[in-house]
Design a protein around this ligand. Structure first.
Ligand SMILES: C[S@@+](CC[C@H](N)C(=O)[O-])C[C@H]1O[C@@H](n2cnc3c(N)ncnc32)[C@H](O)[C@@H]1O
Length: 194
């Protein structure tokens, strides 16, 4: 099966991709990751979704494409310059709230068990404030990370952090987890009521 042949990217990417390239933003989510996010978002009608690390809005667009009309998505990034691309292409969507803030500061303000899906695509929620990110996931909700396989843009010393994060994730008693050596390396974890 040629998986990419069966994946139709959201129309909004037509506007986002040229701006992403113009900014030389090299951390964009790839189509397989986006397609998985879109599918998981579709499993949460009326859901409340969170993305940490908007970038230029590529995964944001995939998530919105999977969400129904009554779902909402908050996407947080510290970098106003890259997030402005998402504002331009997706800002008209009433389901989306783009927040320009540090992800840890944002997470610390959230009540536990308030999101149906958290895509942690920044240091906050993944390598920083992991407990806070896991705590905001509702029972039955998803916690998702990508870039768990070696990436060319990893800074010096980053590779050592990945197995430590995996150890922490597999030891979360409340989560059922599947590590996928696919796309950039993805972990999907579902919070259980245990
Ligand atoms: C991997 S990129 C996100 C890619 C994006 N989700 C996509 O699908 O293309 C990581 C993003 O995290 C943002 N970031 C870095 N430090 C952050 C922080 N402390 N709080 C929030 N966002 C941060 C960066 O500005 C960058 O846009």
């Amino acid at each position: 099966m040629d998986d990419l042949r069966y994946i139709e990217p959201p129309a909004a990417l037509t506007g986002i991709l040229p701006d992403t390239e113009a900014l030389a933003f090299g951390m964009a989510s790839e189509p397989r990751t986006g397609a998985l996010l879109r599918t998981l978002a579709a499993s949460k009608p009326g859901g409340r979704l969170l993305e940490l690390g908007t970038g230029t809005g590529i995964a944001t667009a995939w998530l919105l494409a999977g969400m129904d009309a009554s779902s909402t998505l908050i996407s947080v990034d510290v970098d106003e310059r890259v997030q402005s691309v998402a504002h331009r292409s997706l800002g008209h969507d009433p389901r989306l709230r783009l927040i320009n803030e540090d992800g840890v500061t944002f997470l610390r303000r959230q009540a536990p068990q308030t999101f149906d899906l958290v895509f942690a695509d920044a240091m906050p929620g993944k390598y920083e404030a992991l407990d806070e990110a896991l705590s905001v996931v509702k029972n039955g909700g998803f916690y998702i990370v990508d870039d768990m396989l070696p990436q060319p843009n990893w800074p010096e010393g980053h590779a050592a952090k990945v197995p430590r994060l995996m150890d922490r994730l597999v030891n979360q008693k409340e989560f059922q987890l599947i590590p996928l050596c696919w796309a950039t390396g993805i972990v999907v974890a579902v919070k259980t009521a245990a």
